[in-house]
Design a protein around this ligand. Structure first.
Ligand SMILES: [Zn+2]
Length: 170
């Protein structure tokens, strides 16, 4: 389903919402369009109705500081669905997670110790560190510093570029 970027009244991004929810917020008067939208580019068309790609709340909503969830899919997204050892680009089904410092040797489940990996590299590396296995990571794994930006840019929608024009980092 097409999504709409919901901004707080101070223009901080809140999250992506469905176009239906966006429409409800607009109709209830809880949200409004951005001031400077006037071309067809600014809208998505659903069932012959034009819905803005970005809307903002009229009243600021206090947002709890939520961390980007640590999940298999988010690790894949961070690593751009690429094996961090051989650089092969793969689908979720073909990828697996690798503990850089092996789990069997108490390597932790953290953003900094887990990377996307193809099954071959994972099997070859086994219970060794990259150094022991003579393998090199493409880059050092880190926690994404801006969770909101991460959710936005890693979205598969064709509207990502458009949304980013309205993105103001916290
Ligand atoms: Zn690989």
């Amino acid at each position: 389903m097409e999504q709409v970027l919901l901004l707080n009244s101070d223009l901080q991004p809140l999250h992506l919402t469905t176009w239906k929810r966006a429409l409800v917020l607009l109709l209830k008067g809880k949200a409004e369009c951005m001031e400077k939208i006037n071309s067809i580019e600014d809208y998505i068309e659903v069932d012959n109705t034009l819905i803005p790609k970005v809307i903002k709340l009229k009243e600021n909503k206090a947002i709890p500081c939520t961390e980007l969830p640590f999940s298999r899919e988010n690790i894949y997204k961070r690593d751009e669905y690429t094996c961090q050892y051989c650089g092969k680009h793969l689908s979720s089904d073909e990828l697996t997670l690798d503990h850089v410092y092996p789990k069997s040797r108490l390597g932790p489940d953290t953003w900094e110790n887990i990377v996307a990996c193809c099954k071959e590299c994972n099997q070859y590396k086994a219970n060794r560190t990259p150094k022991e296995a003579g393998m090199k990571l493409l880059r050092r794994p880190e926690r994404p510093s801006d969770g909101k930006l991460f959710e936005l840019t890693k979205n598969s929608s064709k509207n990502v570029k458009y949304w980013l024009k309205f993105y103001k980092s916290a």
